[in-house]
Design a binder for this molecule. Structure first.
Ligand code: VG1
Ligand code: CO
Length: 543
């Protein structure tokens, strides 16, 4: 067994996006691509000698090979120990949980979230810091800078570890501990929620369908829902993880989770439905013939938090990403707590949680979480809802109707245009930017434009500034149109248009969101010239 220094050259394009480095598997399989990035991480995060690293992924194609390479590199770079999930599996929130519980130096999570998997699809890698959360921008930028001047990487020449067998193994001077991928996470969930109340819900006339979409949450959901909570066998659908997600697109939304949506909107629909994404950090919440927008879900959680054991003393504050609707702000107002508005991406919540300023965080992109870990957490959100339903003994629709009566309804929708030509996408945003001055004071969609800007964020804890986080058109009545380009795709560009309008009038709360927002949608197309520039007359995905 010997340690090698392998010389290499910088590879372009290794800048982490909204959530780590994502690229086609074929790109990751190119000589030195993975190794360069991993070495750049190890070179950028401080003194790692004698430290512990957490390692795991969503089980997608290339997960196992990448884990073997990273283990050998960790050993050669001086880590004392690596905790790796059995089979190379750790959901993103479980990885965050394990990093925190065992006070690891940090972790590497192998995932491209909901992006399709397989030899011709996507792979990804992300570094999380010691608090369990995604590395902040100063760290990801340092990693990127290192990828541009890297000349060598270190790797141990040794045999692979058997990832399927739990236990302690050595690799050179480093210990590799293959841990149960589910146990620590399941234990944490039992500390947070009233499992007895949820168990008794399942003995009542209450039915639940959970769609794991052949991705990482299958084993977690089976242990927690069908095992610990005694939900009927079969509650978990598509619970066998596949390395290509069975050819699917495990993005829990109305378009990609259509199998579950059809069940919840079909005859004899269950009372509650939920799904999670490729790496287990997203969630979709459905009732019988009812969809809860993620923005509303965050607001409902904030309003009902004291019903949950872990939050019974109240929450310190909430945070939402800028494009997420202001529904949570209204709850925070009533509760008299702070509500923070951050750029898109979970990495911006970490400082606020570490400083004790916020307890709950959410993004419109089907992400909700709390300070129990430092990632958004799909199954946590589902348990939170089950706990609310168990206590309130109401339907999902009933909980929302009641919420809107109290707080009003923030009609909200996101329109995604996927696979658009990059230059056209950039121009769509630029068109709006060019009108910042002229739009101000104009009436659009029956509303007066109050201001327009490129959203910038100054972190209230460390003062770091993040610019160009979305083009905003803000109206006097609180309505908003926001344009952003995705930072997680691996081919072409994705334009996201976020539309929001507030409706205090209860009589109008039953409207369909697309109807309620129709004039805003027209206004967005008109000012951006999106249809002309992209040749698209409708979005790829509407949520
Ligand atoms: C998207 C979402 C963002 C989320 C990110 C990572 O980013 O909009 O809210 O944090 O994905 O989630 P973008 O840049 O494509 O809009 V995950 O579950 O893909 O790790
Ligand atoms: Co995800």
């Amino acid at each position: 067994m010997s340690e090698h220094t392998v010389s290499t050259q910088p590879i372009e394009g290794q800048r982490p996006g909204t959530s780590g480095l994502r690229a086609k598997v074929k790109t990751f399989q190119q000589p030195n691509y993975l190794e360069n990035f991993v070495q750049a991480v190890f070179d950028s995060i401080g003194d790692i000698s004698g430290q512990t690293l957490v390692l795991g992924g969503d089980g997608r194609f290339y997960n196992r090979e990448a884990i073997q390479t990273i283990l050998k590199m960790a050993a050669a770079n001086g880590f004392a120990k690596v905790l790796v999930g059995q089979g190379g599996i750790l959901s993103t929130p479980a990885a965050s949980c394990v990093i925190r519980k065992y006070q690891a130096f940090g972790g590497l999570i192998l995932s491209a979230s909901h992006n399709p998997a397989g030899p011709d699809e996507d792979f990804g890698i992300k570094y999380n810091i010691g608090n369990g959360g995604p590395a902040p921008e100063n760290v990801t930028e340092a990693i990127y800078a290192r990828t541009l001047n890297i000349t060598a990487y270190q790797i141990l020449d040794c045999a692979d570890i058997n990832l399927d067998e739990k236990g302690k193994f050595s690799m050179g001077d480093m210990q590799v501990e293959v841990i149960d991928a589910v146990a620590d996470y399941a234990a944490l969930m039992q500390e947070l929620f009233d499992f007895d109340a949820i168990r008794s819900l399942f003995t009542q006339d209450f039915s639940f369908a959970f769609d794991a979409m052949h991705a990482v949450t299958g084993p977690y959901a089976k242990v927690i829902f069908e095992g610990l909570l005694k939900a009927p066998h079969g509650t978990v659908m598509n619970g066998e993880p596949k390395d290509d997600f069975a050819g699917g697109h495990p993005d829990p939304n109305l378009t990609y989770a259509h199998e579950l949506v059809d069940i919840l909107y079909g005859e004899d629909a269950p009372d509650f439905g939920a799904a999670s994404d490729g790496d287990g950090d997203r969630n979709m919440i459905l009732g019988n013939h009812f969809f809860v927008t993620p923005s509303d879900s965050l607001a409902v959680m904030a309003a009902n938090a004291t019903l949950i054991p872990a939050y019974k003393k109240g929450i310190a504050g909430v945070a939402r990403s800028m494009p997420t609707s202001g529904a949570a702000d209204r709850v925070a107002d009533v509760l008299g707590i702070d509500c923070f508005e951050t750029p898109t991406g979970w990495k911006f919540f970490g400082n606020l949680m570490d400083a004790g300023k916020v307890t709950l965080c959410g993004e419109e992109s089907f992400g909700t979480g709390s300070d129990h870990v430092r990632e958004k957490d799909g199954l946590w959100a589902v348990l939170f809802w089950l706990n609310i339903l168990a206590v309130r003994q109401e339907s999902v629709e009933g909980v929302l109707a009641d919420h809107w009566v109290t707080y009003g309804r923030n009609f909200y929708s996101r329109h995604d245009y996927e696979g658009v030509d990059s230059a056209a996408a950039t121009q769509v945003l630029q068109n709006v930017r060019d009108q910042f001055d002229s739009l101000k004071g104009q009436t659009l969609a029956g509303r007066v434009v109050q201001m327009c800007d490129d959203f910038a964020y100054t972190d209230p804890i460390d003062g770091s500034v993040s610019e160009n986080q979305g083009v905003r058109v803000l109206f006097e009545d609180g309505s908003r149109i926001i344009f952003r380009l995705s930072g997680t795709g691996t081919s072409g560009a994705t334009i996201r248009i976020y539309l929001e309008s507030y409706e205090p009038d209860t009589a109008k709360h039953g409207l369909d969101a697309q109807e309620a927002l129709a004039d805003m949608i027209d206004a967005a197309n008109h000012i951006s010239k999106l249809p002309e520039l992209t040749g698209r007359d409708k979005p790829t995905v509407i949520t």
